[in-house]
Design a protein around this ligand. Structure first.
Ligand SMILES: Nc1ncnc2c1ncn2[C@@H]1O[C@H](COP(=O)(O)OP(=O)(O)OP(=O)(O)O)[C@@H](O)[C@H]1O
Length: 628
């Protein structure tokens, strides 16, 4: 196991590697600025103490003496170094911000790549990976805690160490190397203590993530509009406020303990060593016995230099915590990347790997004896599940809540891999297909489909990346999903942002959003997807609208391999084939007519639901009703 100093060095090197993503002129400019910023106080020290050394001669020689002119020049130079420092500081802040921004853009790219390149979602659902991902996202939002910010902050140390080295050289030359060693050691002991404290604190709070999340929810998320509505009608607002205070105090006490352990004793000890170092150096300057007896100018110079040298032990607001938090964020990101990398390595779908080519489904999709249990769950959702779907036909999967319908879809999409058995696409084991290419063959609308705070056109265009900019294709897909009319009537038509969080934006009703999601899937089919999946796509539509929609939809997509999932038995009767799922098993299988003749579960549920919601057996009429 590497020592903590080796680890710290490696951590810093990892941060510096991020600088490769930043433009070279910005990095070079920033380094030069830092050196200049560090050299400015040393120059001030030299000029101002030289000026002090000239005061007596200048006073004696009068205003026209050479000493007087030298004094004037030295004072101008000292003032100039101060001005240069003042001017450089904001320029450096701009350069640092530029670097941070560029590096963080790359961090975001890595974060998205890690998130989307996992072949399935099982890896992202592991609690540790989920927590690491959430922490990375939270840190990236706090601009003070990003890896890019940390790497930029590393550069600010150049100024600090330039000033430190300059001061040490001054002490060594003007007084003695021993004095320089004493002042330098004293300063560095405190510096190392600061760095360790910052690292220890940022590491310690990583373990408090659950507490922090709860605190964050109680104190801020409780202010969200959705919770605000419930807090009013149920009257739990005051409870939430009291709880936030009480738990906030508990969290504060816990942090106080951590902080006092890290910051009190070690800092008292380090500060004592620093004070001793400074005392030894200054004693040499003051007492002739130790080599002192210096002129006024040199004494001023040495005193300033010793103070500047031990000043390396101060807390640097611009770097210490920024570096520690940025490193923590980077570690979290690397955890996610490692987990995703392992998940990828466990599949055969690496580019150039042994994956079989993927094309449109032409023959069939077959579940062969599939068994599946969610990671960490005790009970299997599917055991020995078999089903064959002929290409170009439509299948409705119906069943009560929790029957396993969505799980089937997730397995088909390869979000998870079966524990036993296999899924065969046109005779090829799906596990041998490139997962991402296979996923592009699927146009799916899930229950929790995306509502993007972007334009209506983009919301639909996302169905097929290559058709995003093709407005005709987008509008055609919208028309087929029954969304075109109301989208055209929005203030900026298809360009309207579908979110009230943005100026000129608007929100849609639940049913309108569903049609947008369906249009997205329709566009995916236009873009080449050959399997269309609708997983409870119409839950926000009333039951008659749902039945009409699915009828129309199956008509429109005739010839496309389609799977419709629903717990409403009365809405899928037009599918070529209906399977009833219960407890992860197919309990009935046939056409609507066959299942009605069978007089089993389907017939019973269909009759109950159709009667309750007055859904006509075929076609139109009937009242709208609520679900179940
Ligand atoms: N990510 C998960 N981790 C653990 N268990 C899960 C997960 N997702 C679903 N389950 C469980 O698997 C079982 C089947 O769930 P599934 O979502 O497939 O049912 P469903 O038939 O689609 O239900 P619904 O009609 O309510 O959508 C349920 O018992 C559910 O609790």
């Amino acid at each position: 196991m590497p020592s903590s100093s080796t680890r710290a060095r490696r951590d810093r090197l990892r941060l510096l590697r991020l600088l490769r993503e930043a433009p070279v002129p910005a990095v070079a400019g920033s380094v030069l600025l830092q050196v200049a910023l560090g050299a400015a106080p040393v120059a001030f020290m030299l000029f101002s103490s030289a000026a002090v050394g000239k005061v007596r001669a200048a006073a004696g020689g009068g205003t026209s003496s050479a000493a007087w002119h030298q004094l004037e020049l030295l004072m101008v130079l000292a003032a100039a170094t101060l001005v240069v420092g003042q001017v450089l500081a904001p320029v450096q802040r701009l350069a640092g911000w530029t670097l941070q921004y560029r590096m963080d853009l790359d961090i975001y790219r890595r974060l998205m790549a890690a998130n989307y390149s996992a072949p399935g979602i099982a890896v992202m659902e592991r609690p540790q990976v989920r927590a690491a991902l959430d922490e990375t996202i939270a840190d990236m939002r706090r601009t003070q805690a990003t890896p890019g910010g940390a790497a930029a902050a590393m550069l600010t140390l150049i100024a600090r160490y330039t000033a430190f080295l300059g001061a040490l050289i001054v002490v060594a030359v003007a007084l003695s190397p021993v004095a320089a060693l004493a002042a330098g050691t004293g300063g560095m002991v405190l510096r190392v203590t600061h760095r360790r404290g910052a690292t220890a604190y940022s590491t310690a709070i990583v373990d408090t993530i659950q507490l922090r999340r709860r605190n964050w929810f109680l104190s801020t998320q409780g202010l969200s509009p959705a919770i605000g509505k419930e807090a009013r009608v149920f009257g739990f607002g005051p409870w939430l406020a009291d709880q936030a205070t009480e738990e906030g105090l508990g969290y504060f006490r816990m942090l106080w303990k951590v902080r006092s352990r890290i910051f009190i004793a070690p800092f008292a000890l380090a500060a004592t060593v620093t004070a001793l170092g400074a005392a030894v150096a200054l004693a040499q300057a003051a007492w002739p016995r130790f080599g002192g007896g210096l002129s006024a100018g040199t004494t001023t110079l040495v005193a300033q230099a010793v103070i500047a040298a031990v000043g390396i032990g101060a807390a640097f607001e611009e770097s210490d915590y920024v570096i520690s938090y940025g490193l923590t964020c980077l570690r979290h990101l690397e955890q996610v990347e490692a987990a995703v990398g392992q998940a990828r390595a466990a599949t055969v779908d690496e580019p150039g790997g042994a994956a079989s080519p993927v094309g449109p489904v032409r023959e069939s999709i077959r579940f062969e004896d599939v068994g599946f249990t969610y990671p960490g769950a005790g009970e299997a959702v599917l055991t020995g599940f078999s089903l064959e779907l002929e290409a170009g036909t439509s299948l409705a999967v119906v069943g009560v809540n929790g029957a396993g319908k969505t799980t089937l879809i997730k397995l088909l999409c390869r979000f998870y891999e079966p524990d036993s058995g296999r899924i065969v696409i046109d005779g090829v084991d799906a596990a041998a297909l490139d997962a991402s290419r296979w996923q592009r063959q699927i146009a799916a609308t899930f229950q929790d489909y995306g509502k993007y705070p972007l334009s209506a056109a983009d919301n639909i265009g996302f169905g097929a990346a290559e058709l995003v900019a093709d407005r005709d294709a987008v509008e055609r897909a919208a028309a087929r999903a029954g969304a075109a009319d109301y989208l055209r009537e929005l203030s900026q038509g298809f360009d309207t942002t579908l979110s009230r969080d943005f100026k000129g934006g608007t929100d849609l009703s639940g049913g309108q959003w569903q049609r947008v999601a369906l249009a997205r899937a329709m566009l995916a089919v236009d873009g080449g997807a050959s399997v269309l999946i609708l997983d409870e796509p119409t839950a926000s539509l009333d039951i008659r609208a749902e039945a009409d929609f699915i009828d129309g939809f199956l008509e429109l997509t005739r010839g496309t391999t389609t799977i419709v999932v629903s717990h409403r038995f009365a809405t899928v009767r037009r599918a070529d084939r209906i399977v009833v799922l219960d407890g992860g098993r197919i309990v009935e299988d046939g056409t609507h007519d066959e299942l009605m003749t069978l007089g089993g579960r389907y017939a019973e549920m269909f009759t109950v639901q159709a009667a309750r919601f007055a859904v006509p057996a075929h076609g139109s009429g009937g009242d709208d009703g609520e679900d179940r």
